[in-house]
Design a protein. Structure first.
Length: 192
């Protein structure tokens, strides 16, 4: 009887030792635990990279629009129509830059809170968004510096808009979440 207990405990020890040393299924279990997390991290890196790329493209589009609107290249315009021509040029350049970046200009919209910029013209209200576009907010002439007198202030043009971006990250709160990326640019007006 003593011998049978000894054999049982010896076989139990050897069985326990063998099970502790056995690692054939461990790699599969570890991979099953780690791979979904790794896949989610890679998806997150990809989609945040896409959002950053889109933000860079719309910021460049706003800069191109402000630059195009600030340069006087309308030789046949009268003084009255000159400002509206600058605004039309700004919107056209913004839309062209978005199209070149493979973005749809019709998805852009006015910013949810348009910037409040001071006018360069004395005793006038802030310019507000022009009617040249229903998607891009173009304001001109706006004061770019906070100078005490109008003679030393720098006048410019501001272009602001929002563009939608939608994430696809399953099992997260960002899945199919639409966020609005805001682009803004201000450029000094050129003398004409």
């Amino acid at each position: 009887m003593l011998r049978s207990n000894f054999l049982r405990s010896d076989s139990l020890r050897s069985l326990t030792r063998r099970l502790a040393e056995e690692t054939r299924g461990a790699e599969i279990a570890e991979a099953a635990a780690v791979l979904p997390l790794m896949f989610m991290m890679l998806l997150g890196i990809f989609w945040f990279g896409q959002a950053f790329s889109t933000y860079g493209a719309i910021t460049r589009a706003a800069q191109e629009g402000a630059r195009a609107g600030a340069a006087p290249y309308c030789a046949t315009c009268s003084t009255q129509n000159l400002l509206s021509t600058f605004e039309i040029n700004a919107v056209a350049a913004t839309n062209a830059a978005m199209t070149a970046s493979k973005l749809d200009p019709t998805l852009a919209q006015y910013p949810s809170t348009p910037p409040t910029l001071a006018s360069c013209i004395n005793n006038t209200s802030p310019p507000g968004c022009s009617s040249a576009s229903s998607t891009v907010c173009v304001e001109a002439p706006v004061q770019l510096t906070t100078a005490a007198s109008a003679a030393t202030s720098i006048c410019g043009m501001a272009v602001t808009f929002q563009y939608p971006f939608q994430f696809w990250l399953p099992f997260t709160s960002l899945n199919n979440q639409k966020i609005w990326l805001t682009a803004a640019a201000r450029v000094r007006m050129e003398a004409h």
